[in-house]
Design a protein around this ligand. Structure first.
Ligand SMILES: [Ca+2]
Ligand SMILES: [Ca+2]
Length: 162
């Protein structure tokens, strides 16, 4: 009986969390390790929003991260979604907002011709997003103007090592 009560309490807590997430406009993936926003925000607002709920705009640190994020979101991934990469304040030298790890413009997951640095209209592009191109099944990175509003992905921040 105690076990059943515990399970019911756990289930209630889980659905309460889902209800709270839905209220915040967030769709959980991978057991809530990743959250896709259902609303658009600039890169800075997206990053601050993730922080405000104890998460971070997702860093892609390994091939596994890339595969997980693109797999998990699958068809749910919008055409463009902000992730944690940026070269704000240091043009051409990209880093992840959460880990502050540098990553090279030559790193694997850029679309061909990216990072382009500026848009066709000459606007600076300092923030990184996954972008799905028409007729291209691969979802890869693009740098885009930070103030444009897109959906975004928050991830659980790993606990610091003791
Ligand atoms: Ca740039
Ligand atoms: Ca670009």
């Amino acid at each position: 009986m105690k076990v059943l009560a515990f399970l019911l309490a756990a289930l209630a807590a889980a659905s309460a969390n889902d209800a709270i997430l839905a209220e915040l406009g967030l769709i959980p993936f991978n057991g809530g390790q990743y959250l896709l926003s259902s609303f658009n925000a600039s890169w800075v607002d997206a990053s601050n929003f993730c922080k405000s709920i104890g998460f971070a705009l997702v860093d892609i640190d390994t091939e596994e991260d890339h595969v997980t994020v693109t797999d998990v979101f699958g068809a749910a991934i919008p055409d463009r979604v902000w992730i944690g990469g940026t070269d704000l304040g240091r043009e051409g030298s990209f880093y992840w907002g959460q880990s502050l790890r540098d990553f090279s413009p030559n790193e694997t997951y850029w679309h061909e011709g990216e990072p382009s640095g500026t848009s066709l209209h000459g606007i600076k592009e300092d923030c990184v997003q996954y972008r799905r191109l028409v007729n291209d099944t691969e979802v890869l990175w693009n740098d885009a103007p930070c103030e444009l509003k897109y959906q975004f992905i928050c991830e659980v921040v790993p606990a610091p090592c003791a």
